[in-house]
Design a protein around this ligand. Sequence first.
Ligand SMILES: Cc1cc2nc3c(=O)[nH]c(=O)nc-3n(C[C@H](O)[C@H](O)[C@H](O)COP(=O)(O)OP(=O)(O)OC[C@H]3O[C@@H](n4cnc5c(N)ncnc54)[C@H](O)[C@@H]3O)c2cc1C
Length: 477
Amino acid sequence: MNKIYNVGIIGGGVSGVVTALEMAKHNIDSILFEQANSVVNGPPFCHLHAGGNLYPDISDEQCRILMKQSIAMARLFPESIDQRPTFISVPKSEKYDIHTLLNRLDMLVGYYQSLIDEDPSNEILGAPQDYYNLYTEADLIALSEKPAYKRPSTPDQWMANSVKLIDYKKLKTPVILVQEYGWNLFRLGAQAQLALEQSSNCSLKTNTNVNHIKDVRAESLDYNWEIQTKDEVYKVKYLVNSSGYKTGQIEASLQLKTERLIEFKAAYVSKWEPQPGLLPELIFHGERGTPNGMVQLTPYAEDFYQIHGMTEEITLFKDGLIKSKANEAQPQFNEDINLKLYKGWATKDVESRTENAIASVGQFVPSFKTATVGGPPLFGAQQIRGNDPNLRVGEVSFPSPFYARSEIIKASSALTVAHQIMAKLQDENIIPALANTSLENEILEAIDTEAINRFASQLAKERGYPEALSRLVIERQ
Ligand SMILES: Cc1cc2nc3c(=O)[nH]c(=O)nc-3n(C[C@H](O)[C@H](O)[C@H](O)COP(=O)(O)OP(=O)(O)OC[C@H]3O[C@@H](n4cnc5c(N)ncnc54)[C@H](O)[C@@H]3O)c2cc1C
């Protein structure tokens, strides 16, 4: 192949596709390699962390970054955002002080207001004064007597639906309802893939594994890297490594070694009986890794619910979090995790872990104990740069010329990473200075809702999940 691409991107997860879409928007040609047959096929995501309220232990600064980045991604992919709130609580048995969470929420309201002052289009989480609401025990008792609301439209209605099901006597009060929304990975993947396929600036290579990278930077050629696949060698000026937890595997061929953690986790799909009204996402905080780790119940369409439980019997795994050794670029999981990643799950593991997950929700929502296994788990491995497993915001680094390494920890960081890579491409004179710095992307906007619905549904089915997981609970107006 004689063509020289400006940018070669390895990995079509959320980071790689958003980087390719940003390039395409600015008419910069790129080639994107994804080993699977569709994009956004790696570790799942379901929650837009617009404020970091699922993480009581992270810094205020990480909360602000998560909020800002989440708003930017929600503006880019509105078709994948499920506008239902999140119920946040601390069980009486847990250490967290609800008042610490409240101070942080007040800080976030002020910060959200400042983002809207900068750009009114940032107001995607509702009015700042409604960002969160608190409910005392007396409020909960009063709301429990209200009727159920089929399609709630106010915080009180969402809370009325929740309190009828939750054993709130087990929880510290007040409890919180916050405007952190759901995020549908099938819809994001569908829109991104359709947009990239239509773009003349991006060559999307699915079903294409990158085997090796040859560094030719010292050879005074018109390009800097040769990307080798089974059948071809592709020439690129700039290399972006967005291969997720396999970043180290690519770096082994670049003779680069850096400290990183990789973590395997899973969430479980359950089916419950129809409820009289929609529920928010339900969070019951607890210390990660202990038997009381956080429980998260995420509603989907048609009575499907996804469950995370931050214990080793549910979402986390023994030796699921590992760090790179001094002599290796790529940490290696144990055999059990590799089997799950590459060969699939044994039915008994799906059943026992989903049942554990259902029981963990049942502690706080007693009627949920009747839920059953609703489909295979959503699972995957991700990386965390450095050695701090509590880091929730990861971005991009530029370890050597003409090379970017994306290490996002939350899907919301993808656009920030893409913007930082664009800035570097200008610094390194791969592309001229860019004038347009708007967030919107016309290539994405050209994909209509019907096409997203169809392709998202196809992706969910192809991957073995109930088709309902490709739909939003709150349909967009
Ligand atoms: C259980 C779980 C729940 C999560 N929930 C949330 C959530 O609610 N909200 C949130 O924001 N984040 C969540 N995350 C984190 C989120 O999933 C990740 O941050 C994000 O998906 C990482 O995207 P990425 O593009 O960096 O990597 P990936 O999605 O891993 O993409 C990397 C891609 O590179 C491809 N690839 C790798 N090597 C090669 C090669 N040699 N050749 C070609 N292709 C290659 C892979 O196939 C893959 O598609 C969750 C993670 C897990 C595990």
